[in-house]
Design a protein around this ligand. Structure first.
Ligand SMILES: [Fe+2]
Length: 309
């Protein structure tokens, strides 16, 4: 983790070209309160994304997120179903979030001009497994139908808008060791625990339009049984970046006793991923720690050849 100088406003010195600054809250697991909202008021991102597992079915955080004025999009996770196979716990949170929840759907944020497409709600990963609560709410859905829904939502977006695919669990295909972005770490053998419907949808979407970024959580950064830290960022040959934002717990303190709040943070420039990082902020908005995951290379400067003499 790199320690950087304090800065009250990450947007200061912003490039004159329009950058989209996106804050991403990884799995909350109960850690969201008024101080997070005050911090966002200081940081002023263009949009907020929440990858689900707000709690274990409590309605309080969904209600708070549903009242946020900031442009935001959310997909609920497996914990949000609260072990309630009737689906009522999940449905209550869906109602509180309203159109902020974009599972299997398209949410256009305007401002700032961003298309967010949601993956399958309440996914627990593992290829394709429908959560019982989600089954009660949404009915039976096959893997292909789920991929079709995600793809259709993406293709309905204005092709001129940059797009982010937001899911609770990431796609399969990102590796099968326990430390890969969706690798199973709580049980041996380590396997690829990503979602297959999301992988199919990504491949289909990219036949029609660019997809610069897929954001998800579910697979926590700190691996079980002391196996170290998860790889939380990858970029494939087609130029799609995959960001696992599940830093859990996202509230903490550093060794100086300062309170910290985690957000993953991405900058999109001209529809492309420009920068990605994990950030830990102090309560006054100071950026205290940053783990830089990606920085778009600076464009090559064309130097004129010397005139022949
Ligand atoms: Fe989860």
């Amino acid at each position: 983790m790199a320690v950087i100088g304090a800065s009250a406003d990450p947007n200061s010195g912003k490039n004159p070209r329009k950058d989209l600054q996106i804050a991403i809250a990884g799995d909350l697991h109960g850690q969201w309160d008024g101080l997070d909202e005050e911090l966002l008021g200081l940081l002023r991102p263009d949009a907020l994304m929440v990858v689900g597992d707000l709690s274990d079915g409590d309605q309080l955080i969904a209600a708070r997120l549903g009242r946020l004025a900031l442009p935001m999009a959310c997909v609920l996770g497996n914990h949000d179903a609260g072990r309630d196979a009737s689906g009522r716990t999940l449905q209550r949170q869906l109602s509180l979030l309203g159109d902020r929840h974009c599972g299997w759907g398209l949410r256009c944020l305007d401002p700032p001009g961003l298309a967010v497409v949601g993956g399958r709600p309440a996914s627990a990963g593992g290829g394709f497994r429908l959560n019982p609560g989600a089954l009660a709410v949404f009915g039976p859905v096959t893997m292909q139908e789920s991929a079709d829904r995600i793809t259709a939502a993406a293709l309905a977006a204005d092709p001129g808008l940059p797009m982010v695919l937001l899911a609770h669990c990431g796609p399969s295909g990102l590796g099968s060791t326990c430390a890969d972005p969706c690798g199973r770490d709580w049980k041996k053998p380590a396997v690829d625990w990503g979602d297959q419907d999301l992988t199919v949808a990504i491949e289909r979407i990219r036949r029609h339009r660019p997809l610069p970024l897929v954001v998800f959580g579910h697979m926590h950064h700190r691996l079980k049984r002391g196996q170290g830290e998860r790889l939380s960022f990858l970029r494939d040959r087609a130029g799609t970046a995959y960001l696992n934002s599940a830093c859990v717990p996202r509230h903490g303190n550093d060794d100086q006793g300062r309170a910290l709040r985690h957000f993953s943070w991405v900058v999109l420039r001209d529809g492309q991923l420009h920068q990605a990082s994990h950030r830990w902020y102090g309560m006054g908005g100071q950026l205290l720690y940053e783990q830089r995951l990606y920085q778009q290379p600076a464009p090559e400067v064309q130097v004129a050849a010397p005139a022949p003499c």
